[in-house]
Design a protein around this ligand. Structure first.
Ligand code: SAJ
Length: 433
């Protein structure tokens, strides 16, 4: 490490987490080399541009690239700290695939020197950081690695998960507390000193396995709680109750805080991470597994209800509001809104219009369906049924006067003032059942 106490850093993986992390570390004054397998990504970043959408990231990347603090490359090079932030998908059986993590560790191993720190940030099953340690030990028998030597190890290895919300990544990367899980307490101390350079939140030292589990638990906790809200919404549908009214009232209890129902759970974290726990302990996780089923089932429930409503009103023109996986972002990955809208477009063809202010064109699965992308004004003027799939602020702000006469299926509860008779959902369902 150099005398100014600012380590040179290599960030492996320049995606939704790696790129903002690399840029924030560079902003703190470290020289950062970002590594990605895509030449296009590398070229884009070296031009000071970005390949993902995130609030304020473009200006930050442009600034640190132009000051020479951040550069991108296909090849790992020697550094003082290595941060691995690559994807950990799961396969068809929901088994986690850590091959990208191990490939990143294999790329780092040859350039390691005494004093270096290797940090895994990718969401990973418990034990992955130790697997990285074992891989490095096998590739570099010349290095003393933590946990496998009685002497002071040459390198430190730690697991430090991110916990940022898309749309607020830069703010949360800086301000959120962090779990810093060392393979040994000394590894945690070394990694903690590194995070202190750019994190304002509290950094809490722990062991690697606890930190790995903590990350999974956070997202499983949210999934289970959203499942409770989604289950309530289906119960309320059956009983003819307004679920948002019930939740609003229940949340007046000082120890009750029910989350919001929606058309299911999207994104690449909350719908994925709980499976890592289930896979490690299948017998012990009936609740976590069921919550996944409830949230996926909610999407089918919404699709069926919307289909019934549209089928019961054969001359009505329909607008689906939103494709993103949540409000006010342009991220459509694993989005229940996108799935529901495309199912409706497959079945009802050009009767379906899509309003999504965060895109200029419809995703591919809409090709050939006849569905088209229209703006909100056109939808409010020309369609009869509004199906609210995403709670974007622009939708929330539509005044009652512009929708009072529409048939509305509001899966997000953004329009509590919508006249009940205009909901027409139960009627629609009764008509077809
Ligand atoms: N959702 C609901 N009802 C709610 C809250 C969310 O239906 O009351 C839905 C959203 O519409 C969306 C999905 O859940 O489809 C997930 O959205 P989210 O905002 O809860 O979370 P993500 O996926 O954007 O980010 C999560 C965050 N984890 C937690 O809040 C515990 C974030 O802090 C993590 O860093 C991120 O996963 C990650 O990378 O793991």
């Amino acid at each position: 490490m150099k005398s100014d106490n600012k380590p040179d850093v290599c960030v492996v993986g320049l995606g939704y987490i790696g790129l903002p992390t690399a840029a924030i570390i560079a902003r703190a004054g470290c020289k950062v080399r970002g590594i990605d397998v895509s030449q296009k990504v590398v070229d884009t970043i070296n031009r000071g541009k970005i390949h993902i959408e995130e609030v304020d990231l473009d200006g930050l990347v442009q600034g640190v690239v132009s000051r020479g603090l951040l550069s991108a490359s296909l090849e790992v090079a020697p550094a003082d700290v290595f941060v691995i932030a690559v994807p950990t998908p799961f396969d068809d059986d929901h088994a986690p695939d850590i091959s990208y993590v191990l490939a990143a560790a294999s790329a780092v191993a040859p350039v390691l020197k005494a004093g270096d720190i290797v940090i895994l940030e990718s969401t990973s099953p418990v034990g992955t950081t130790e697997e990285i340690r074992d891989l490095i030990a096998s590739m570099r028998p010349d290095l003393k690695v933590p946990g496998l030597t009685r002497e002071t190890p040459d390198i430190s290895i730690a697991y430090c998960p991110e916990r940022v919300l898309p749309g607020k990544i830069l703010e949360e990367l800086t301000n959120n507390d962090r779990s810093i899980g060392g393979i040994t307490p000394r590894c945690a101390r070394k990694a903690l000193a590194f995070y202190k350079i750019f994190v304002r939140g509290t950094c809490i030292a722990t062991d690697a396995r606890s930190a790995e589990m903590t990350k999974l638990v956070e997202n499983a906790y949210r999934d289970v709680n959203i499942a409770f809200a989604n289950e309530l919404s289906m119960v309320a549908d059956k009983m003819g109750l307004d679920v948002w009214e019930v939740i609003r009232l229940a949340n007046r209890h000082p120890r009750v805080n029910i989350l919001q129902p929606g058309p299911g759970v999207g994104g690449h974290c909350i719908a994925v991470d709980p499976w890592f726990i289930v896979h490690s302990a299948p017998q012990e996780t009936p609740l976590i597994r069921t919550a996944r089923g409830v949230n996926d089932g909610k999407m089918r429930h919404v699709a069926m209800k919307a289909e019934a409503l549209i089928a019961a009103n054969p001359n009505a023109r329909v607008a689906c509001l939103g494709l993103a996986f949540k409000a006010n972002i342009d991220d459509f990955r694993e989005s229940p809104a996108r799935l529901v809208a495309s199912m409706l477009a497959q079945r009802f063809k050009d009767r379906i219009q899509i309003v999504e202010p965060y895109t200029a064109e419809l995703p591919r699965e809409f090709d050939g369906t006849g569905a088209s992308l229209i703006d909100l004004d056109t939808a409010l003027e020309e369609t009869d049924i509004l199906i609210v799939l995403v709670d974007h602020d622009v939708f929330r702000h539509v005044p009652l006067a512009e929708r009072a006469t529409k048939i509305v299926y509001d899966t997000r509860g953004i329009w509590p003032d919508q006249p009940k008779e205009a909901l027409a959902i139960e009627e629609g369902l009764r008509l077809v059942s």
